[in-house]
Design a protein around this ligand. Structure first.
Ligand code: FAD
Length: 413
């Protein structure tokens, strides 16, 4: 079987970011990237597509154009891992060998986790910014709705970009407010979790928008079934006493954030922890049992906010630590759990949540310049004008301007 020094699973934000980061450090490396898709998506842009700000084309590029030239692209899906043999099996049954493995295949959007959802997506007023082809439908529904009831849902954690369910809602409310129809639309946020946002410091700013838009906040309510033609949603409600009951809501439009889990082939592999995520050290991002395996991005077990912003910090850490291990040294770069979630509270303003492990605030800019706990125009400018470029031109090409301090090398290993 063909063997590469480094095999990377997934050509998403994490896979390409890590490959480029490795090659920036050593352009001679023999790296293969296993990725079945022709297209690469800038998923953070889908919120903006659903909000009528970006065109869908701004969020997709050809994979071929983003793959580092010095890497070998294996255009196939990985079907299983054999870490004892240092091999992976591809979807056609063939095997690839490696000396070092970086696993970054992302996570699974579990549309089937809600009864009746999959078949009605894209029709009957049911949409989701979590799919490239559906984000434009969100904006169509928002643009056309004049009165009635709009539901927005959030499943149990973990999900990628925990703020995205709310972002879709606030941008919709803002569009309705500007058109003068918000007063005729009942907006409900059904969140399986018990709080509006997991990091307390950002809640007051978000609550002020919940109140401004007159949103009915329904906490501990999990979407379990949808009847598209009847335009009816069923929620499982957990009461304060822990008792579970069901409630039904009719809707005119519904934005769904699907339940999210580890990919099946990952969860079934020896790399997974009990919850199905790839079991890595939260700081070095090295596998807890296989010393020549690293993982990052949405597939990893690290308890950070699953975001591209997190990947931007993780990729250089994996690159640095992997090269150390190749030299027979111990990993000495440490990820601090940074993740970021730009909450689009209205068109033109964002509450920029930036935090690490344990919900510790980690603002990139000094507070006098940008206070992330307040809605700011500067954060919107960053999201609309700067971040797509930073993603495509810097992160995916291994440009790590200012990345050095993020390696946290001084921390005692
Ligand atoms: P992905 O980018 O999803 O890439 C995974 C790759 O693996 C894909 O290319 C896929 O084709 C490939 N793959 C899958 N299965 C296999 C297989 N079997 N074999 C080989 N390859 C495989 N992040 C932010 O930082 N800010 C935001 O504002 C933000 N907003 C978001 C809004 C939405 C609606 C969504 C959906 C996401 C948002 N995110 C945001 C999250 C961000 O997009 C992800 O966290 C990020 O893309 C994770 O990178 P990844 O490489 O781990 O996964």
């Amino acid at each position: 079987i063909r063997t590469h020094d480094i095999v990377i699973i997934g050509g998403g934000a994490a896979g390409i970011g890590t490959a480029s980061s490795l090659l920036k450090r050593n352009s001679e490396l023999d790296i293969a990237i296993v990725e079945p898709n022709e297209d690469h998506y800038y998923q953070p842009g889908w919120t903006m597509v659903g909000g009528g700000v970006f065109k869908p084309e701004q969020t997709v590029r050809k994979m071929a154009g983003l793959m580092p030239k010095a890497a070998t692209w294996i255009k196939a899906g990985c079907q299983s891992f054999q870490p004892e043999q240092n091999t992976i099996t591809l979807s056609d049954g063939s095997q690839i060998g490696y000396k070092y493995l970086v696993a970054a295949p992302g996570l699974k959007l579990d549309w089937d986790g809600v009864e009746g959802l999959f078949e009605t997506l894209g029709s009957n007023g049911v949409t989701s910014n979590y799919r490239f082809d559906l984000a434009p439908y969100t904006w169509k529904l928002v643009s056309e709705l004049k009165s009635g009831r709009a539901l927005f849902t959030q499943p149990p954690m973990p999900i990628k970009c925990a703020g995205a369910p709310q972002k879709a809602m606030y941008l919709a409310c803002d569009a309705w407010r500007r058109r003068g129809v918000l007063k005729d639309i009942e907006v409900e946020f059904h969140n399986a979790g018990g709080v509006l946002f997991g990091v307390q410091e950002y809640v007051p700013a978000l609550m002020s928008y919940v109140e401004k838009y007159g949103i009915d906040l329904c906490l501990s309510e999990k979407l379990v079934a949808v009847d598209g033609p009847a335009k009816r949603a069923v929620f499982e409600v957990t009461g304060k006493d822990g008792k579970v009951s069901r409630t039904e809501r009719d809707f005119d439009m519904m934005h769904v954030t699907p339940p999210q889990t580890a990919l099946n082939f990952v969860a079934a592999s020896p790399l997974a922890n009990d919850a199905g995520w790839i079991d890595i050290d939260p700081e070095t991002l090295r596998h807890t049992r296989y010393e020549n395996v690293f993982a990052l991005g949405d597939a990893g077990s690290t308890p950070n906010a699953k975001t591209a912003a997190a990947v931007r910090k993780q990729a250089p850490i994996v690159a640095h630590n992997l090269l150390r291990v190749m030299q027979g040294l111990e990993p000495n770069a440490h990820y601090d759990g940074y993740g970021s979630c730009p909450l689009t509270v209205e068109r033109g303003k964002i509450v920029l949540a930036e935090f690490g492990y344990g919900g510790k605030l980690q603002p990139t800019m000094p507070t006098w310049m940008l206070d992330g706990t307040k809605p700011t125009r500067l954060a919107w400018f960053l999201k609309e004008r700067m971040l797509p470029g930073i993603y495509f031109e810097m992160m995916l090409s291994g440009n790590e301007l200012f990345a050095k301090p993020d390696l946290n090398l001084d921390k005692a290993a």
